[in-house]
Design a binder for this molecule. Sequence first.
Ligand code: NAD
Length: 472
Amino acid sequence: MEATTETIESRTEDIKNLIEKQRTFFASNVTKSVEFRKKQLIKLKELIEQYEEEIVDALYQDLRKHEFEAFATEIGIIMVELDKTISKINKWSTPRKVSTPLFHFKANSYIKPEPYGNTLIISPWNYPFQLLFAPLIGAMAAGNTAILKPSEYAPATSKIAAKIINDHFDPAYLALVEGGIPESQALLAEKFDYIFFTGGTSVGKIIYQAAAKHLTPVTLELGGKSPCIIDKDTHLNYTAKRIVWGKFVNAGQTCIAPDYILVDRNVKDQVIDKLKEYITKFYGEDAQASDSYPRIINHRHFDRLNGYIQAEQDHVIFGGKTDRDDKFIGPTLLEGIGLDVPVMKEEIFGPILPIIVYDNIEEAIDLIKSRSKPLALYMFSKNNAKIKKVLSETSAGGVTINDTLMHIANPALPFGGVGDSGIGGYHGQHSFDLFSHHKSVLHRSFLIEEPIRYAPYKLGRKWLKKIMDWAL
Ligand code: NAD
């Protein structure tokens, strides 16, 4: 439906009313109860179980994801996150006692996590279920209300997510607003207590500016070009297998997919042979006929990716097959391209893998450092000294050594970017902490009253220094 001025105005009014309802609900203190939060998380888990089939269907419609991939990378991750959060929520929400210097005697000190209040979660289309619900779990666990705005580019998933939220939760507590940029902007015009955004770096800047107007704290989960270093001293088979998996899962539409390879010249040919071997093993001679290989989200992204391939035709050493009607782009390897061509300057976000050769590790490090800080960095090597060097000399949101993507699958590790790839990290307890304000509390007793701090002052600086050295 085309959005007229009238429909936009009435939607803006709906959004204003919704936020007002959520403000009133948060102020009622209902979400402060840990029992309430736990009950709501259990309810969410049961709803996801109830709608599992429809979620799998939606992910197939939006991205042609195989049910295995849909569960492994979307629904399963959310179920694990829910189980963990439900079992740990009491512990996480208990105030954390900290030491109190003698100076304050008699007192005790603790950090009390408290919900921010009304939160907004804006998500992208590439893992449309996981990236919408993972932050929601953190927001709910910490005792916030939430408004969710999924991506308009994954309409089937957006629809089932709306059903799960809007048909089963009180909108004063949780609500989902479907739509695109106008809805997002109408939401961003209002004041929230926390904004959690996942998407591209350029939109991230727009979100940050909108949040700044209300001084709203943000998490920005953004993208970028994640490099993958292959040292000559590596296990070639596992290296190639794990890269092919991490790059071509979801047809390369993964924020932390290896964007390009940096390979030691000594093993380049063997690596290329192995990459070709595993692509064929995973997806057959013709990936278009494989039921394990997804499609590109829409024609705009198809055209963008196809443009990279057409521009580098002479450098395609594997794949290169495309079919616009089917939104299919086959796994493609590029070799011998320049560093200043578009495919090496922009985030690829699709199944195209450029291979760049280096002669020594310093060259690879210099290239990474000359660019924006990536969301992820991968290194395949058995040489611990080189691994240590890369870890200490480069910066990235997260790192997996000798595999791809896997750091995201450990909830003990905060997942997020740095610099242009984002602000903040979440998953597991990190999500709870991220959606909580950590309130400092010093609780004094009336037992003792020290006379020296009050005017008129009786001591000089010398004595004050001694007391502070001793008692603080
Ligand atoms: P996007 O930034 O275009 O859109 C994300 C969300 O923002 C959508 O809900 C969209 O409706 C909304 N939006 C778009 N333009 C807007 C505007 N001008 N004002 C307000 N809201 C707006 O991102 P995308 O294309 O959906 O996703 C791809 C990007 O997301 C890639 O760069 C990828 O690396 C990144 N990403 C990052 C992570 C992460 O965890 N760090 C995960 C997935 C994707």
